[in-house]
Every structure is written in structure tokens, then in C-alpha cells.
Write a protein that binds this ligand. Structure first.
Ligand code: NAD
Length: 437
């Protein structure tokens, strides 16, 4: 089917002969645009990506050449360099990468960080790799050999983009500090990449925990100011005990919040009196899961999402709160620690049911705020300490949470809609100032 450009579809879609599916952020931006009276042509320029680079990476791995496909979504550069992680996963596609790059534009604007939005998706199916090399899963050393080989070639291909600070990558699913070190190894520029491991030039103390710390702060603000409960009396349930979930749980517990349920991909644990998070961390250190924790009883995902807690925190994956789940949630508020954990239909149901939502673009912005500090420290060869990093993370989330709360009250809209309005206004203003609009 030949697609013709219409008022809100881009030439880029026409080139691809394919229309971008409706996504959560385009839906939110269109609604914000309508409320703010933004003309369609300007809204189109805000929604559509500036560039999408599609590439093939031939990698030599253990003597074989493996061809992988990927793309870099460079969504918007009005407010600064394109910023966003590198995802290695079997199911990435152009539209998902584009949507995630758009989410980064909104997130950086929502928490007032001087970056634009970018993202890389490289399609890598580890199960296929095991078959191709006739290796028995799970072999972590093999997986690392593969991911390092892929990122080494990727860094060689796009080193100009990183060295010129047009696009500054970071880790996402399937990548971490080891892979970021390969990018530094190619560019020799500490400011060309963030999420670098401890000791790699330009690394930032507290970067690893910053998303969880920011999310804990936002959750505490939602509990006290939106739900209206004292922290010592508040109860929380968390899906996910990874890079975000662990520091989030530790920090909430340190502030007296009772966490009654936590689940990961292997299983969950529940204790009506509150889980002992120190003991749970010890259990996790031994078993790499929260399953079978002696200090709680087993719980599954469906039951965790139906717990009558003050706040439910999805901190694992996207699209976990759909229409059905949203209609069954008993929590008074949801704080989105994961990226886009609530579908459009799920958001509509939560709004109808009057369940407050702390949006992802503020709740998990701690990572990109710390990345801003890592970038800045790398440029100036200085190093803030952990407490300074956490202070900036909390201040930026706090200031913008205040703004969103006020706007939501004044306009009679939810926190998500209010946050997106502010983000869209900030990007639009700079695009106008820079004659990009
Ligand atoms: P991670 O891989 O370290 O941890 C993910 C956790 O979720 C693990 O405990 C895993 O077992 C669990 N999980 C996965 N699928 C699950 C399922 N179906 N049911 C129950 N548990 C499941 O990932 P992370 O870095 O903690 O990221 C979590 C989310 O936060 C993702 O959506 C990510 O995009 C988002 N995010 C992360 C950061 C960051 O700094 N790490 C920043 C912004 C957003």
C-alpha cells in the first residue's frame, strides 16, 4: 500500500512505506497539543523523528561472521545532544526504537535536562546465537563475548556520532558498563558515552543507583502529597528487583515505607507486616531472585497487582498494566518506574477509576539526570560524590513534580498529562528559538 503524507504523518513513514502504529507518547503528545492549541504542522514536527539510521553490523564472533540489523532513532535535538540507551534484544524494531527515542525527548524535557532524545535498537537473539555456535545455555561468558563484539563494531561504525557529541549513548536492555567501556575505548572521549563502569574515565559515583533513588523520592512525594498517607504507615508493592527495583526498595525501606510484596521474573514474595529488605538483599545475593525468600510467602504477578497497597510500582517491563490489569488494581496510586508500563487503554481505565499515576518520564528520570552529571563531569574532569548526585536527582525530580502537581490542579488533568504538556512546551519553545519551527 502506498501511503500518502497527511496532516500528522511524516515523509519518513512514506519512505518506509509503513505507518507508525499509534504509540503511547504520540497519543499523549497529540492530546497535549490539542489542549495547548498547537497547530498540526508544529505538532507533526514535535512528534516525528529528525533522523532514523538503519544499519547492518557484520560481526566476527568466534571465527564466524554474524550479520545483525539495527537502527538509531535520533528523535529531537532541540534541547541538546540526542541521548538514549543501546538495546540489544531479539524483538527490537524501527518503530519501538523511534518511540523510545521520543520518550527520551519527553523525559529530558520533563526533568529539564539539556539533552534531546535518541535510542539504539540492535536485533540480537541470544537463543539463536547459542544454536549457531552450538553452545549450551546459559553461558554468561559466551553472552558477554557476543555483546562486546557487537558493540565494538557498532562503536567503530558510529564513533563520529559519539565523538562529536551529537548522540551520547548509555546502557539499556542487554548492555551495561562493559559495553559502554568499548565505546570509550573507540572514542577516547569520556564525554562520548554515559553509564560507564567504576574506574573507566569519566565514571560517576551513584550513577548505577540513581534511577532507583529518584523513583523512591518520587514515590514518597506521591504517597504523602497525592495519596495523603504518612510514610511510616504507607504500603508499597514492586514488580522487578533489578537495577531500578533494588535501590528503590532499599531506599524506600530506609525511609520507613513498608514494602509488602516484590516479584521478579522467577517468582515473588509477600509479607503483610513488611518485607525485611536487608534480609531480602542477602537472599538475592545468594540466589539472584526474590523467589523462595524465607521472610515471606510466595505470590504471583496477578496477586501482586491486586494487593490493596497505597502504591504499586511496576519496575520491570513495558505494557504490564493493560485495560484488564488496570481494572483490577487495588492500589491508590501507581508510580511508573519502568518505561511505559501502562498501555493507552490501561491509562484510560486508571484515569476513570481515579487512580493517580506518577509518570515514567519523571519517576525514572534519575538515570538521565545522573547521565547529565556524568557528561558534565567528563567534560570538566571533575567528579561529584554520590550525595551530590542524589541531591541533584531529587531536586530536579522534585521541582518538576511540583510543577506537574500545580498544573494538574489548575487544569483539572492528571499528573501524566500535566508533565507531558510541560515537556512539549519546553521542546517547542527551543525549536522556535532555534528557528527549527
Ligand atoms: P533489570 O533487567 O536490571 O531488572 C528487571 C527486573 O524485572 C528483574 O528483576 C526481572 O526479573 C524483572 N522482570 C522482568 N520481566 C518480568 C516479568 N514479566 N514479571 C516480573 N518480573 C519481571 O532492568 P532495570 O534496569 O531494572 O529496568 C527496569 C525498567 O526500568 C525497564 O523498563 C527499563 O527500561 C526502565 N528504566 C531503567 C533505567 C535504569 O537506569 N536501569 C532507567 C530508566 C528506565
Amino acid at each position: 500500500m502506498q501511503i500518502q503524507p497527511d496532516d500528522l504523518h511524516s515523509d519518513f513513514e512514506v519512505v518506509l512505506q509503513n505507518r507508525e502504529p499509534q504509540t503511547r507518547s504520540t497519543w499523549l503528545m497529540r492530546q497535549a497539543g490539542e489542549r495547548l492549541g498547537i497547530p498540526d504542522d508544529e505538532l507533526q514536527a514535535l512528534i516525528a523523528p529528525e533522523q532514523v539510521k538503519i544499519f547492518r553490523i557484520p560481526c566476527r564472533i568466534l571465527g564466524k561472521v554474524v550479520n545483525l540489523n539495527g537502527c538509531i532513532g535520533l528523535h529531537n535535538s532541540a534541547r541538546g545532544p540526542y541521548k538514549g540507551g543501546i538495546r540489544l534484544a531479539p524483538d527490537v524494531n524501527i518503530w519501538e526504537t523511534t518511540e523510545l527515542s521520543r520518550l527520551m525527548t519527553l523525559k529530558c524535557a520533563a526533568c529539564d535536562v539539556e539533552f534531546g532524545g535518541g535510542k539504539t535498537g540492535i536485533r540480537l537473539d541470544m537463543a539463536e546465537m547459542y544454536k549457531l555456535f552450538d553452545i549450551k545455555p546459559r553461558d554468561l561468558a559466551f553472552e558477554k563475548t557476543v555483546s562486546i563484539a557487537v558493540i565494538e563494531r557498532y562503536a567503530q561504525l558510529f564513533s563520529d556520532l559519539f565523538s562529536s557529541h551529537q548522540y551520547i549513548p548509555a546502557p539499556d536492555m542487554g548492555t551495561g558498563p562493559d559495553e559502554m567501556a568499548m565505546i570509550y575505548g573507540e572514542t577516547w572521549d569520556p564525554a562520548s558515552v554515559t553509564g560507564k563502569g567504576d574506574g573507566v574515565p569519566g565514571w560517576l559515583p551513584g550513577r548505577k543507583e540513581s534511577t532507583g533513588i529518584g523513583c523512591s523520592y518520587m514515590t514518597r512525594r506521591v504517597l504523602t502529597e497525592v495519596v495523603g498517607v504518612d510514610l511510616e504507615k504507607a504500603t508499597v508493592a514492586i514488580q522487578g528487583f533489578g537495577n531500578v527495583g533494588r535501590p528503590l526498595a532499599v531506599d524506600l525501606a530506609e525511609h520507613g515505607v513498608k514494602i509488602t510484596g516484590i516479584i521478579d521474573i522467577f517468582g515473588g514474595t509477600y509479607n503483610a507486616d513488611g518485607l525485611n529488605i536487608d534480609d531480602l538483599m542477602d537472599h538475592f545475593a545468594d540466589t539472584a531472585t526474590v523467589k523462595d525468600f524465607a521472610g515471606g510467602e510466595a505470590i504471583d504477578n496477578d496477586s501482586l497487582f491486586r494487593l490493596g497497597v497505597d502504591c504499586l510500582i511496576p519496575a520491570a517491563a513495558g505494557d504490564v498494566i493493560n485495560e484488564k490489569v488496570a481494572s483490577e488494581i487495588q492500589a491508590k496510586a501507581v508510580v511508573e518506574a519502568a518505561n511505559m508500563p501502562t498501555t493507552i487503554e490501561g491509562m484510560e481505565v486508571l484515569t476513570e477509576r481515579g487512580i493517580a499515576v506518577g509518570p515514567d518520564i519523571l519517576a525514572n528520570a534519575g538515570g538521565v539526570i545522573a547521565s547529565m552529571m556524568e557528561y558534565s563531569a567528563s567534560l570538566s574532569a571533575t567528579k561529584p560524590d554520590k550525595s551530590e548526585v542524589y541531591e541533584v536527582v531529587q531536586r530536579k525530580i522534585g521541582d518538576n513534580f511540583d510543577r506537574a502537581n500545580e498544573r494538574a490542579r489548575e487544569e483539572g488533568i492528571g499528573l501524566t498529562a500535566a508533565t507531558v504538556e510541560t515537556a512539549v512546551e519546553r521542546v517547542r519553545q527551543v525549536m522556535k528559538d532555534r528557528r527549527m519551527l
